[in-house]
Design a protein around this ligand. Structure first.
Ligand SMILES: C[S@@+](CC[C@H](N)C(=O)[O-])C[C@H]1O[C@@H](n2cnc3c(N)ncnc32)[C@H](O)[C@@H]1O
Length: 325
């Protein structure tokens, strides 16, 4: 049976989240070198790991795209790595294959480790019958994103990190539980120098009234949604808004629905947003080599430009700060 392995994780909250990611896909979870992690976690040693096929999930040079990777079957270990250093070289060398989640964003080039695990398992364990990717001009088709009623600051922060990493310049948040706006965010001393560059920030736009009425199509994506799986639904297109609700959010009349399907638990909010945004980015297609994202049109425009152009009360979040989540 496939299992998920955390190699050298150092943050106990990430270790707990990794267990939740394994539960979402009904696989076991183990840790190699759990120094600093809570006692009682299931640990594995190197010799045991090397005895079965290893799939390394890391953005290492030469790694294949998870969107094109063959499914994982049987007694394989899917490995993710340390929050700062990634998977250690001995396991990377021993891996049967290495897969990466393409990160078209500027400024943030990794996901939270548990989010990366959930996204990788989504594609490695299934997501059969995927929609074909769109054409060569993906930016004009990029949908807007509304995080609706997130119930937890860290889950919201990890979701925003994913949005930046998958190339969204702005995200709207309906923050009824006040988990993001007005909440003091953790600040890291080492981030201050990086912050001075002010390059590629994510604009987080308050949306107290819910979806902007200028969007012509709303697709609500959640684990229990009554609709096709997200990898078969059309998640892109000018005028499309993807709404990812957390708790107690009422969809507007006329909304379409798409389901984030997994065999186990519903999963944490950061996993659901990570999978939806990964899938929307997959459907948009790769950024043409060397091309910078097209700047949003001025005035009223569709897609993520809609929220970009909007308000002066947007919260500008720097990439270094998103790496906290
Ligand atoms: C935050 S990353 C490690 C940072 C990494 N060494 C770097 O700076 O490039 C922690 C772990 O999350 C997983 N991860 C995060 N983003 C990923 C991506 N885009 N593709 C594959 N794995 C990713 C990998 O397992 C990685 O070892």
């Amino acid at each position: 049976m496939t299992r998920l392995i955390g190699d050298g994780l150092e943050n106990p909250a990430n270790a707990r989240a990794l267990i939740a990611a394994a539960e979402m896909f009904s696989v076991r979870c183990g840790f190699r070198d759990g120094r600093g992690l809570p006692l009682g976690l299931s640990t594995v040693d190197t010799a045991e790991l090397l005895g079965a096929p290893l799939v390394a999930v890391d953005n290492a040079p030469g790694a294949e795209s998870v969107y094109r990777a063959a499914p994982v079957r049987g007694a394989a270990s899917v490995v993710v790595g340390n929050e700062r250093r990634g998977i250690r070289p001995d396991l990377l060398r021993a891996a049967t294959r290495t897969v990466q989640i393409p990160m078209p964003g500027r400024g943030v080039n990794t996901l939270n480790v548990a989010t990366a695990a959930a996204v990788a398992l989504y594609y490695l364990l299934g997501a059969a019958g995927r929609r074909v990717v769109r054409g060569p001009r993906p930016e004009s088709q990029r949908p807007g994103v509304l995080l609706a009623a997130p119930g937890d600051h860290v889950e919201a922060g990890s979701s925003l990190r994913s949005a930046a990493a998958f190339g969204w310049p702005s995200v709207a948040v309906e923050d009824r539980d006040k988990v993001w706006f007005g909440t003091p965010r953790p600040v890291r001393a080492e981030g201050r120098a990086a912050a001075r560059s002010h390059r590629n920030p994510l604009r987080v736009v308050p949306a107290p009234g819910g979806p902007d009425p200028a969007y012509t199509r709303i697709v609500v994506c959640s684990p229990g949604a009554d609709g096709p799986p997200v990898h078969r639904a059309d998640l892109t297109g000018a005028g499309t808004l993807l709404v990812i609700p957390d708790t107690g959010w009422e969809p507007p009349p006329g909304a379409e629905f798409a389901r984030v399907d997994a065999p186990g638990a519903a999963g944490r909010y950061r996993f659901v947003t990570g999978i939806v945004l990964a899938e929307a980015a997959r459907q948009l297609g790769p950024r043409p080599t060397g091309a910078a994202p097209r700047p949003p049109r001025r005035g009223l425009s569709y897609g993520s430009g809609l929220v970009l152009d909007a308000p002066a009360d947007a919260d500008v979040v720097e990439p270094w700060e998103l790496l906290r989540y």
